[in-house]
Every structure is written in structure tokens, then in C-alpha cells.
Design a protein around this ligand. Structure first.
Ligand code: SF4
Length: 477
């Protein structure tokens, strides 16, 4: 049996907390996994002291990406999907003031975050985002585990890659797809749209009811993050003094329309004037809104990462408020299924980690996901879907990651607006083209992206050691 990693749409789209999937959500989940392991081994009740070491990119941009805070919340056993994010400041303050951690929300242990979370610039060989948890046990023994946050909130352990659990993840989908070519071949053979094929694969993992309910949750979080971002004024945290822009743009665009919740808001937007300039502004506004929420440690959907969380909601919302005023959950579902599949092709063939491939792996992939998904909703063939994804990525190739001050703000927030607009444009170009004439198949652009990632100087891979991150000082902002 051929082993193909079965990546679910729910691996690509995850509800989480900002600002970064690899530097916040991943370390948060790693901490929770370690607690689970301590419990499995019967060590949990014996832990008397803890030390956490952040390596490589997690160390270099960890402060700006709130990695230390994420680790604290993970060690406290708080669920990133459910936990009320507005409580983050008081929890971190409590830990810092008392120097006491409530391990898994069960038992108190002494913990001084500034001494016991160590930022080590050294890179581990396996992956740039390494994190080691160490514990002193009351028996006198010491125990430690190392995890790697490989992008999009995925966490692995090196020695576990070939483990039984991992092999189970390679279970065959009814339509096991490793490449764009295979995806198109299955669609042609079984006369399926990409979304139908992905749904069949998902149904081998969970019931249709569960799929629908989880996709609804995902869309609700996306919608909430757009709504919250458009209605929140002020500056973003972190010291760059970045002013939230979605609020002002939204205010001008929405005018006097009245509404009292996100659903009514959609209807109100549908009633506004939309010439080309307004369309550009609306799409940008949706994307900015999500990433401003992300930058303030708010709840967003990792899609496929947090830094790029605004692209997919902005393009879906564009479809809803501009292209199709009758759009409903069916359209959302179709969109997300296609987006997830395109993202998984990039994960299998290249990377969705900026620490491995720069920003092309974040904004480039999210733009490709959104472009393909929009193309299917607009009636494009599977070939045109892949063509749109290819176009979107082709014009993100080589995009570096250089966040100023290690914060996911500049250039990240605007970059989501650009990724969303590019996705819409890529979709339109693909819809106007006979995909049989495509010169660059999606698989080739994925391969090219991966080669570019490997050739990229490491200072452009989520280290804040090059580009804008060194040419613009925090003090200039
Ligand atoms: S520059 Fe791009 S990859 Fe880097 S943190 Fe910002 S959004 Fe993520």
C-alpha cells in the first residue's frame, strides 16, 4: 500500500489564538502534549521544577510572537480553541507576579518565567522551531522531551515520525492524493468536483454531521474575527505603535447602515455601493481586520497559518458580499474543502512554515488556497482551480519573512490584504483561460517554491535578522 499522508481539511484550518501558528499555537500545543506525556508516564504528580528551552526561530522571534505566553497557557492546560482570550493578560500577570504556575489547572508549582523559559539562539538540526521541556521529579529523576513546531500549528517529535501513531495517520483516503496531477486524475475519472472528492475523503474520518458542524464553527470564528477587527479601534500591542486600520476603513465604507450582529452586518455590506475602489477596500478591510485581531492575541482560524489568517476569510467574504448575495453555508463548505485540499498539497510537496520557506509559505500558500477555492465557487473546472492556485503562488515565489520587532504586524497585516486581492485576480485569470494551455502546472510551482525555500538565506526565515526587520528599527515606529 502506498503511504500518503492523509491531511484533513481540519488540519489545514484550525481555530486558535494569535499571533502565530508556528510560534504561538504550536508551542502551546507542544506544552499540552508534554503534560499529557507526563501523565501517561505517571510523572505528573512528581514534577517539582520545570524548565523550557526555545531554540532557533522560536528564540529569535519568540518574544514578538508571544511564544513564552503560549507556553505558559499550554502548561496551565488551557485549550487554545475554547479558552476566553480576554483572560490572557490576567493569567500571565498572575504567573509573573506570584512566580507560580498552575500546572494543567491542577497543581501549583514554583515557576519564574523570565528565568525558566530560556531563549536559545542555537538552531536544532531537525527543524528551526525546536522546544525542549525539562522536569525535575520528586523521585530525584529528571525527564525531558523535545518537540518541533513545523508550521500551521502542527507539532511533531523527531523520533516519533515513524511511530505507530504516525503510520495510522497515513491511512488511505478513498482518494489518496499526493499531487495536483493525481487530484485532477481522480476528479476526471470519477466525475467529481474537487470539493466533492475532499468531502468523500473527510467522510472516511468523521460523519458528515461532524464535518458540517466543525466547518460552521470555523466560519463563525472567521466571521467574528472580521467583525471584531472592523469594530475595534486603537493601537496594537507590542511597542510598534501600529494603529488598527480596519476600523477607519470600515467606518467609511459602511456609512450609516444599521446592524446589530455579524449576520446583519453581511446584509448591510451587501447594500453598500461597490465600485472597483470599494471592492478593493472591502477585501483589504476584511483581511486587515482578521490580522489585527491576530496581532492582539485574539481568536482566529489558522489558515494555513496565523500570520496569513486573513486571506481566506477575506476572499470568502468577498464572494458573499460582492459576487453572490445568496451565498450560504453550502458555499462556505465548498470553499473550505477546496482551500484545505490546496493547502495540503503545499504541505506535502513543500512547506507551510515560514521558518522553513519564508513568507511565500504563509501568504503565498493562503493566497493559492483562496484562489482555488474561489474558482470552484465561481464555476471553474478542477483544472482551472489548480491553475488559479498556481497563478497565486507563482507571484508570491521568493517572498521573504522579515517581521519588524518579531511582531506579526509589519509587513504581515497588509500582506494579507495583498494575498487576498491576488487570489481574486488569479481566479479571474484562470476562469478566462483554457486550462489545457497552462504552461506551469501547480505541481511545478510547488516544487519551485520548495527549491526557493531551500535556497533562501536563513535570515529571511522568521528570524527577524534581515529585510525590513533590520532596516526599520522599533524606535522608528
Ligand atoms: S512576514 Fe509573512 S511569514 Fe513572516 S511572520 Fe509575517 S506573515 Fe508570517
Amino acid at each position: 500500500m502506498r503511504k500518503i499522508e492523509s491531511i484533513s481539511v481540519f488540519d489545514m484550518l484550525k481555530i486558535g489564538v494569535g499571533p502565530s501558528s508556528s510560534h504561538t499555537l504550536g508551542p502551546w500545543r507542544a506544552a499540552m502534549r508534554w503534560i499529557e506525556k507526563l501523565k501517561d508516564k505517571g510523572h505528573f504528580d512528581q514534577v517539582s521544577e520545570i524548565q523550557v528551552e526555545l531554540y532557533g526561530s522560536l528564540s529569535l522571534t519568540g518574544k514578538g510572537h508571544a511564544t513564552d505566553i503560549a507556553v505558559l497557557l499550554g502548561l496551565e492546560g488551557l485549550d487554545p480553541q475554547q479558552f476566553p482570550v480576554e483572560e490572557i493578560p490576567q493569567i500571565t500577570e498572575r504567573i509573573q507576579n506570584k512566580n507560580v504556575l498552575l500546572l494543567n489547572s491542577e497543581r501549583e508549582i514554583a515557576f519564574n518565567p523570565s528565568e525558566q523559559i530560556v531563549f536559545n539562539k542555537k538552531f536544532k538540526e531537525f527543524h528551526p522551531n525546536g522546544i525542549t521541556f525539562r522536569a525535575q521529579l520528586s523521585s530525584g529523576k529528571r525527564t525531558s522531551e523535545t518537540y518541533y513546531s513545523i508550521g500551521g500549528g502542527f507539532v511533531v517529535q523527531k523520533e516519533r515520525l515513524n511511530s505507530k501513531k504516525q503510520q495510522q495517520k497515513l491511512k488511505e483516503f478513498p482518494y489518496p492524493v499526493q499531487s495536483g496531477k493525481e487530484l485532477l486524475a481522480f476528479c476526471a475519472e470519477h466525475k467529481l468536483k474537487i470539493s466533492e472528492l475532499v468531502l468523500a475523503n473527510e467522510k472516511s474520518l468523521r460523519s458528515e454531521e461532524e464535518i458540517n458542524s466543525r466547518l460552521k464553527d470555523i466560519w463563525n470564528v472567521m466571521l467574528d474575527s472580521m467583525y471584531t477587527g472592523c469594530h475595534t479601534e486603537g493601537k496594537l500591542p507590542g511597542g510598534l505603535n501600529v494603529r488598527r486600520r480596519a476600523f477607519d476603513t470600515h467606518k467609511t465604507l459602511i456609512g450609516d447602515s444599521s446592524y446589530s450582529n455579524a449576520e446583519e452586518w453581511i446584509t448591510a455590506i451587501r447594500g453598500t455601493e461597490v465600485k472597483f475602489r470599494q471592492i478593493l477596500k472591502w477585501v483589504s478591510c476584511f483581511a486587515l481586520a482578521v490580522n489585527e485581531v491576530n496581532a492582539s492575541l485574539g481568536r482566529v482560524v489558522t489558515a494555513p497559518t496565523n500570520g496569513s489568517a486573513g486571506v481566506i476569510p477575506a476572499v470568502m467574504m468577498y464572494y458573499m458580499v460582492i459576487e453572490n448575495h445568496d451565498a450560504n453555508f453550502e458555499d462556505v463548505r465548498q470553499f473550505m474543502l477546496v482551500a484545505g485540499e490546496i493547502g495540503s498539497l503545499f504541505k506535502k510537496g513543500a512547506t507551510i512554515s515560514a521558518a522553513m520557506g519564508g513568507c511565500q509559505a504563509e501568504i503565498g500558500v493562503s493566497s493559492a488556497m483562496a484562489a482555488g477555492a474561489l474558482t470552484e465557487l465561481m464555476g471553474g473546472s478542477p483544472e482551472q482551480v489548480l491553475m488559479a492556485s498556481e497563478i497565486a503562488m507563482e507571484h508570491h515565489l521568493g517572498l521573504t519573512c522579515d517581521p519588524i520587532g518579531g511582531l506579526v504586524q509589519i509587513p504581515c497585516i497588509e500582506r494579507n490584504a495583498m494575498g487576498a486581492i491576488k487570489a481574486i485576480n488569479a481566479c479571474e485569470m484562470a476562469l478566462d483561460t483554457d486550462a489545457r494551455n497552462a504552461k506551469v502546472p501547480l505541481d511545478k510551482v510547488i516544487e519551485t517554491m520548495w527549491q526557493t525555500a531551500k535556497d533562501m538565506n536563513s535570515k529571511y526565515k522568521e528570524t527577524s535578522e534581515g529585510g525590513l526587520a533590520i532596516n526599520v528599527a522599533m524606535s522608528d515606529c
